[in-house]
Design a protein around this ligand. Structure first.
Ligand code: 5GP
Ligand code: ZN
Length: 302
């Protein structure tokens, strides 16, 4: 059995994660959630005084805006769409017959106006663009959302529905790149308080297909994405628990985000993978929270 499967089994046995029968779709125990809320409090200790505007969107977003975002161009393999039954009574009868016969029944389902949110910041850009120009001094937002990515796996750190906490900064190039650097430094300090070993490395998003290779190279060459990596199931291949993304003015252009002086806004976002951070803590300090070092417990809950 590999390390990922055995860690997943131990998480199920301890009750921290709850098996649903689908890889990457898990319930979480109260204890697991306490770790996540403790970590979110710690985030607040670092970022709370920055004056970010908090917004919470549901885990589904407007399909038309998702289409405009270009997600299907870059990551079609990860997207999840919400479909519903929209048929007649006759259609309903044949649907039930299909289910009874164990046949494929979902083909007649029709797309709704909702798709599953792929990253916490996706619903934000069009929302902010609608408000009109941003102050020249920039703007800061605090987000958290369940996100969906279709990548079933036995690795407990790769889930299909997981929570992402994000700070998103909009403003000039200097402003948003300084914001990104600030959170790289804070991220390292936070994880060190939690007794976790980290490295920060340049990274890329999983762009689809042959055209995607160019996007990957471009992103890496320009240092547009960094990840904070922590060993969860492997020290040779540590897991990305935070990401630090500089979008240049691409979202500013796409969504029409402008500053009051008329220039196009640059944007950057910093994302915390909340389940991954909790899993890193359980992998490193053990499955019994009571036995964790006092300094770690204090950092989360004191
Ligand atoms: P990104 O948008 O950089 O891919 O994701 C932001 C953060 O979300 C990542 O650094 C990671 O911590 C978390 N994340 C990304 N994919 C997954 C996943 O499949 N499962 C879980 N649990 N977290 C993920
Ligand atoms: Zn983001």
């Amino acid at each position: 059995m590999d390390m990922q499967t055995s860690f997943l089994d131990r998480l199920f046995e301890s009750g921290l994660l709850i098996d649903t029968g689908v890889d990457g779709l898990y319930g979480r125990s109260g204890q697991f959630e306490d770790v996540i809320s403790g970590f979110e409090r710690l985030i607040g200790q670092y970022g709370g005084a920055d004056g970010a505007e908090a917004m919470r969107f549901p885990p589904g977003m407007n399909r038309a805006l998702f289409e405009k975002s270009g997600y299907m161009k870059s990551f079609p393999q990860l997207a999840g769409t919400v479909h519903s039954f929209c048929g007649s009574e006759l259609d309903h009868m044949s649907l039930l017959q299909c289910i009874d016969a164990g046949e494929e029944w979902t083909k007649g389902q029709e797309a709704t106006d909702i798709v599953l949110t792929p990253a916490a910041c996706y619903p934000l850009y069009p929302t902010v663009a609608k408000r009109g120009p941003l102050p020249n001094a920039g703007a800061l937002f605090d987000l958290q959302s369940y996100c969906f990515r279709h990548e079933p796996s036995k690795d407990p750190a790769r889930q299909q529905l997981f929570r992402m906490r994000e700070y998103v900064c909009m403003g000039t190039e200097d402003h948003v790149t300084a914001f990104r650097q600030l959170w790289m430094d804070r991220g390292v300090e936070m994880m060190s308080k939690l007794g976790l070993d980290v490295v920060i490395d340049v990274a890329n998003d999983p762009f689809f297909g042959r055209a995607g290779k160019m996007m990957v190279n471009n992103q890496r060459d320009q240092n547009l994405k960094f990840e904070l990596l922590i060993p969860v199931t492997s020290s040779a291949k540590p897991t990305a628990c935070m990401s630090f993304n500089y979008h240049q003015d691409s979202f500013g252009q796409k969504w029409g985000l402008a500053l009051e002086d008329g220039s196009v806004a640059h944007t950057a976002c910093v994302g915390f993978g909340l389940e991954r951070i909790a899993l890193a803590l359980f992998a490193h300090h053990g499955l019994e929270v009571e036995t964790w070092p006092i300094a770690v417990r204090e950092a989360l809950w004191a």
